[in-house]
Design a protein around this ligand. Structure first.
Ligand code: DQA
Length: 156
């Protein structure tokens, strides 16, 4: 498996959460479910640990913070899993930051954005990630970790 190593030599995966995801649990539960972001992070962290990966998490409602987090991951993290929230649909700054990150990149959404409003159909970050997981609700967090491991070249 390629990638830089964290504590105990485990490759670090950065999970990035964009605007409004801090409200999960109470935000439009009919669309996003009732689990909180902390629940999803715990799922991802457990899935990562089982597979020999270390998971870090950053959530911000500010585009620049997310860009900074991608910059800080350069040369340090093996992979980024990103649910950029609404920034997915218009943040060229995040597109460029992710484009400058050399590791594995996986885009993640709880909902199937293609079955929703037309403005959600376009992802401007899709062109700079290797894969996308969407429409599986909270299960997507485990699937994204599994997909990340596969893209890193590890066993499933
Ligand atoms: C989302 C989908 C986006 O369109 C929306 O703006 C979000 C959440 C998802 O996980 O389904 O904030 O990224």
């Amino acid at each position: 498996m390629s990638g830089t190593a964290g504590g105990e030599g485990r490759p670090i995966v950065l999970l990035l959460s964009g605007p409004n995801l801090n409200l999960l649990g109470t935000r439009e539960p009919e669309v996003y479910g009732t689990a909180t972001l902390a629940d999803h992070v715990a799922t991802a962290r457990a899935a990562a640990a089982e597979r020999g990966l270390e998971l870090e998490h950053v959530q911000s409602n500010r585009e620049g913070d997310l860009v900074d987090a991608v910059h800080a991951a350069r040369g340090r993290c093996a992979a980024i899993i990103v649910n950029a929230g609404a920034l997915t649909h218009y943040s060229w700054a995040l597109h460029d930051a992710l484009g400058a990150f050399d590791g594995v990149k996986v885009e993640l959404h709880l909902s199937n954005t293609h079955s929703r409003e037309p403005w959600r159909h376009r992802s401007v970050i899709a062109a700079v990630v290797q894969g996308t997981i969407q429409g599986f609700g909270g299960h997507g967090y485990q699937l994204a970790v599994e997909g990340t491991l596969a893209l890193l070249g590890g066993p499933l």
